[in-house]
Design a binder for this molecule. Structure first.
Ligand code: 0WE
Length: 258
C-alpha cells in the first residue's frame, strides 16, 4: 500500500489550484504525509495569502517563503525544517522560470543574463535545495522534480527552458549517484502539457493540448492528480528500487514517431 504516514515532505512551486505542485501536495497529504509548503514571496504579500488559503485544508505544519534566487531564504527554510521537524524525507521541486520573451522566436536570440536566469531558477535550484536537504535526510529520502519533453527533444518555442530542463535532468542523475549511498533517491517526472498558470502564459498551449489529444496513445492529456499520484509513488516504499530516472507521465505521447 502507498503509505506516507510519518514522512515529512517539503513541497515547492504551488502558485494556485492549477499548479502541478498542488496536485502533488494533495496526493502526498492523502497518503498521510506531514507537509511543509514554500511559496514565492512578493512585495504585497498577495501570493503568501493566496497560497496559504489554498493549502489550509492540507494543514501544513510549515509554511515558509522561499525564493531560490536568494540563498539566505533557502538556508532559512531548511533551518526551520531542522528546528521543527528534525528531519526531512521528501523534497518536491516544482520550480522554473524563463523570461517570457525567451519562450518563443529564435532560440539563439537569448541573452547571456536571461540564459543564466533560466538555468539558475529552473536547474541550479534543484542542486541548491538538494544540498540543503541532504544533511536532514537522515533516514533516507526521495527527491522529485518536474521536467518536460522539451528538455530531451526540440519542442517549438520552449527554447531556453529546454536547455534548463536538459540540465535539470542531468542534475537528477548526478544527484542520484551522489545520494544513493545515503538511501536518498532522486527522480524526475516528465509531465505532458497541462493548463497551469505557467503554461497558460505561453501562447499556443491549447493547440499543443489538442495535438496531444490527437497523437498520444491515451488520446487525452494528463491531470495534476495523475502527476501527483506518480510523485506519491516515487516518494513511497513502492518505488525503493527506482532512482536517477525520468518517468514520463504524458499519456504515452513521447513514444510516438509520427
Ligand atoms: O516548463 C514549462 C513552463 C515554464 C515557464 C513558463 C513561463 C511562463 C511565464 C517558465 N517561465 C515562464 N515565464 C513566464 O514569464 N512548461 C512545461 C509549460 C510549457 O511552457 C512552454 C511550453 C509548455 C508545454 C513554452 C513554450 C512551448 C511549450
Amino acid at each position: 500500500m502507498l503509505d506516507l504516514t510519518g514522512k515529512n515532505a517539503l513541497v515547492t512551486g504551488i502558485a494556485n489550484n492549477r499548479s502541478i505542485a498542488w496536485g502533488i501536495a494533495q496526493q502526498l497529504h492523502q497518503a498521510g504525509a506531514n507537509l511543509g509548503i514554500t511559496y514565492l514571496p512578493d512585495e504585497k504579500g498577495r501570493n503568501e495569502s493566496k497560497v496559504q488559503k489554498l493549502v489550509e485544508p492540507l494543514s501544513p505544519s510549515l509554511y515558509l517563503p522561499c525564493n531560490v534566487q536568494d540563498q539566505a531564504q533557502v538556508d532559512a527554510t531548511f533551518g526551520e525544517i531542522k528546528k521543527q521537524w528534525g528531519r526531512v524525507d521528501i523534497l518536491i521541486h516544482c520550480l522554473a522560470f524563463a523570461n517570457r520573451d525567451d519562450l518563443g522566436g529564435d532560440f539563439s536570440a537569448v541573452k547571456q543574463e536571461n540564459f543564466n536566469l533560466a538555468l539558475d531558477v529552473s536547474a541550479y535550484s534543484l542542486v541548491q535545495m538538494s544540498a540543503a536537504a541532504k544533511p536532514l535526510m537522515t533516514e533516507g529520502g526521495s527527491i522529485v522534480t518536474l521536467t518536460y519533453l522539451g528538455g530531451a527533444r526540440v519542442v517549438p518555442n520552449y527554447n531556453v527552458m529546454g536547455i534548463a530542463k536538459a540540465a535539470l535532468e542531468m542534475n537528477v542523475r548526478y544527484l542520484a549517484a551522489e545520494m544513493g549511498p545515503q538511501n536518498v533517491r532522486v527522480n524526475g517526472i516528465s509531465a505532458g502539457p497541462i493548463r497551469t498558470l505557467a503554461s497558460s502564459a505561453v501562447g499556443g498551449i491549447l493547440d499543443m493540448i489538442h495535438h496531444v489529444e490527437e497523437i498520444a496513445p491515451l488520446k487525452r492529456t494528463v491531470t495534476q492528480t495523475e502527476v501527483g499520484n506518480t510523485a506519491a509513488f516515487l516518494c513511497s516504499d513502492l518505488s525503493t528500487g527506482i532512482t536517477g530516472q525520468i518517468l514520463y507521465v504524458d499519456s504515452g505521447y513521447s513514444i510516438m514517431g509520427m
